[in-house]
Design a protein around this ligand. Structure first.
Ligand SMILES: C[S@@+](CC[C@H](N)C(=O)[O-])C[C@H]1O[C@@H](n2cnc3c(N)ncnc32)[C@H](O)[C@@H]1O
Length: 256
């Protein structure tokens, strides 16, 4: 499933804000090493470099397009192509930062303790994930997928996002291996000037990718047309033509 840095950074300010909010919740302490897993085009890594001046900050991502963009953005930072699923470095790291990535990586009950194991004592694992699978934006992706000639091709698309645990489920998983766990959920409301087409553009850079990639060009255009029509009904335009997109996100900061 390929990622496009160009499409992703179209809404960079909005996408980076949760990363700032997540970073602000990491307890103060002596950080000598920090790693940004699923670093994307380096927008979140840049925040780590600013906050942890003097620390060794690195980034990793499974997408070559994203890593190329990150290397251009921060030439003095080490970026590696790696998959979190098979990432076998032991650290120890003082901070592991995972902003908007672990929703694509399965089996959180095993994954999260294995990431905590890579932390130094007192180190923090900081995670933010969109909690939007039940929002109209994502329900409609699934409904349009099931209701068209592409249904067979898209049968596996929804399954590429990992089913999230509840807040208390994550708390229990992390509390078993950490001294302090902070969990909170925020709904951002993003004004998108281009209305429903802005909503579609936003998700083309993230949640829609598994639904678009298996389709040929003609199917993709038709799928997007049906999806946009459904989005127009679900997110009525305001008087100036814009749409306010509610976007819930779950945050976890666990300190070993
Ligand atoms: C939504 S972007 C987040 C980028 C950045 N961290 C931010 O805060 O905006 C998700 C990134 O996770 C990467 N990714 C998805 N699955 C991954 C995996 N299994 N291992 C490593 N990176 C992964 C994608 O390539 C993409 O760059």
């Amino acid at each position: 499933m390929s990622w496009s840095a160009k499409q992703y950074v179209a809404f960079e300010d909005e996408r980076t804000r949760p990363a700032r909010d997540l970073l602000a919740a990491i307890p103060a302490g002596d950080v000598r090493s920090a790693v940004d897993i699923g670093c994307g085009p380096g927008n979140s890594t840049e925040l780590l470099v600013e906050r942890f001046a003097g620390a060794e900050v690195r980034g990793l991502d499974s997408s070559t397009d994203m890593i190329d963009a990150a290397r251009k953005r921060l030439p003095n930072v080490q970026f590696d192509i790696a998959d979190i699923d098979t990432w076998n470095e032991n650290g120890p790291f003082d901070v592991i930062f995972a902003n908007a990535v672990l929703q694509w990586v399965p089996d959180h009950a095993t994954l999260l303790p294995s990431l905590v194991n890579k932390l130094a004592p007192g180190g923090s694992l900081a995670i933010q994930m969109p909690d939007n699978l039940n929002e109209p934006s994502h329900r409609l992706m699934r409904e349009v997928a099931a209701d068209g000639p592409w249904a067979g091709k898209l049968a596996g698309a929804a399954g590429q996002r990992t089913d999230m645990e509840s807040a208390s489920g994550y708390y229990s998983i992390l509390r078993a291996c950490c001294s302090r766990v902070d969990v909170w959920r925020t709904t951002y409301h993003h004004p998108l000037a281009d209305g429903a087409s802005g909503v579609v553009e936003w998700f083309k850079g993230s949640g829609l990718r598994p639904f678009l990639e298996p389709l040929d060009e003609a199917e993709r255009a038709q799928y997007l047309k049906q999806y946009q029509a459904a989005i127009e009904k679900a997110y009525p335009a305001l008087s100036d033509g814009s749409v306010l997109l509610p976007f819930p996100r779950l945050f976890l900061v666990a300190t070993r």
